[in-house]
Design a protein around this ligand. Structure first.
Ligand SMILES: O=C(O)Cc1cc(O)ccc1O
Ligand SMILES: [Fe+2]
Length: 447
């Protein structure tokens, strides 16, 4: 899209209205009277709209985890032509079988600049993942690099929920539920199957996507932390209803549907973003990571990073996440007699880390290192932790209260190893010599 288009998108995104609260029963109508009163499915829905339910959990799941919304739209979603296969581009899905799972510690530079005219969907590039889309288990790690808005096409992912983590460039997400603006430092969460279009607010956009095939993300339990803290529910913002009424006014709209690992496409004669009103608790959200209430030790030792969990996708085993989304946000470190950066460890969970801004306190910053837009993968049981320089520095540091505020990093932590796509394993931007950051750690043992 031209610069003018991006300016238009930014103007549209300015001052967006939202409905706040993770898991709330939200409701919104773009036209007064569009929401039926007191029932979901009246004989004739108001204003001649079609009523439609979208479920995110089985009808019979417990109340506390049940997710569904009712959508009142100009055309029912069922009114569509046949889907046919289209190319998957650089998108891949679980099961990932084209590379051998790799126990090595791996790190990538940012994706290369895409060809002109690459939109968000075309710019998605799969690093790897685990589980199986047909079993609704596991996750995929994608990156994206785009320089064009999606025009005349929308995307929906039947395979999973999408957690979008912009690193460069703002996004305007036009969803069935309305508009969301996600700038770097925000995350957007699009439920399984929700149609949306991504417009760029800046000339280019780059970031990360966790595709969660498993149970929908929820806020983690707080246990002894109490009733407040970490990501607060009220900071998750859902859109308000905004619809496109493009019947006979615009050209055809391509709807791209990711289903069981493949992309399918159908050409509609209207925009499926035609929801005039909706209510329910299955909604997209945007969340500003800087709102995260970071908790930590105020005595000694470095707490496990589970304390930084923003969202978790539970599994059938209590406490064991399919995937956790964890943020390393600005915070004070005050631990006494404590090695303050992340400790050396081997973890049963597998860790993909990305950097939104600045530096990360376990890794020396700079070119060829852990840089914004890049990422690292430390699979199950791979030994990692502070690099040599960080270890030397932190072991000798004077332990005054210290503000760590020069970066914003995150982690997708998952119960199963991440198997790479062949493309990611052979990428030019895969760094060589990552093992070297742990070389030269001196022997200090004496008896
Ligand atoms: O590997 C990492 O940097 C992530 C991480 C951070 C931390 O503070 C403790 C454990 C851990 O895996
Ligand atoms: Fe780790």
């Amino acid at each position: 899209m031209s610069g003018t288009g991006n300016e238009q998108a930014r103007k549209t995104a300015e001052g967006l209205a939202y409905s706040a609260g993770f898991g709330n029963e939200h409701s919104s109508e773009a036209v007064p009277g569009a929401l039926p009163e007191g029932r979901n499915s009246p004989q004739r829905a108001p204003l001649g709209l079609y009523a439609e339910q979208l479920s995110g959990t089985a009808f019979t799941e417990p109340r506390h985890s049940n997710r569904r919304s009712w959508l009142y739209r100009i055309r029912p979603s069922a009114a569509h032509p046949q889907f046919t296969r289209t190319g998957n581009g650089h998108l891949a899905s679980a099961p990932f079988t084209d590379a051998v799972p790799d126990p090595n510690r791996l790190r990538w530079n940012p994706l290369p600049e895409p060809a002109a005219g690459t939109d968000f969907l075309a710019g998605l590039w799969t690093l790897g993942g685990n589980g199986d889309v047909t079993q609704r288990t596991g996750m995929a790690v994608h990156l994206y690099a785009a320089n064009a808005s999606m025009t005349d096409r929308v995307f929906s992912d039947a395979d999973g929920e999408l957690l979008i983590v912009p690193e460069r460039g703002g996004l305007l997400l036009r969803t069935e539920f309305g508009l969301l603006r996600a700038e770097p430092g925000h995350v957007a969460l699009i439920p399984r199957g929700v149609r949306f279009r991504v417009e760029l607010l800046d000339a280019t956009a780059r970031g990360y996507v966790c595709e969660n095939y498993g149970q929908p993300f929820v806020l983690p339990e707080l246990g002894p932390i109490g009733a407040n803290g970490l990501a607060n529910a009220r900071d998750f913002l859902a859109p308000v209803a905004a619809y496109e009424d493009s019947d006979n006014t615009a050209g055809p709209v391509e709807v791209v549907n990711k289903f069981c690992g493949n992309l399918w496409t159908a050409t509609y004669d209207h925009s499926p973003l035609d929801v005039v009103a909706w209510h329910g608790n299955l909604v997209p959200y945007v969340y500003d990571l800087r709102r995260f209430n970071v908790l930590g030790s105020i005595s000694y030792d470095h707490p496990d990073p589970s304390i930084f969990t923003v969202l978790t996708s539970p599994s059938d085993t209590p406490g064991l996440a399919g995937v956790d989304f964890v943020v390393f946000a600005p915070r004070w470190l005050v631990g006494e007699d404590t090695f303050r950066p992340p400790y050396f460890h081997r973890n049963v969970m597998s860790e993909y880390m990305g950097l939104i801004e600045g530096a990360y306190d376990a890794k020396t910053a700079g070119e060829g290192g852990f840089v914004p837009g890049g990422g690292s993968l430390h699979n199950m049981m791979s030994a990692h932790g502070p690099d040599r320089d960080t270890f030397e520095r932190a072991s000798a540091a004077e332990l005054k209260p210290q503000k760590v505020d020069d970066g914003l990093a995150f982690m997708f932590e998952t119960r199963w190893p991440v198997t790479l796509t062949a493309r990611a394993a052979a990428a030019d931007h895969l760094q060589t010599g990552y093992d070297g950051v742990w070389q030269g750690l001196q022997r200090h043992f004496r008896r």
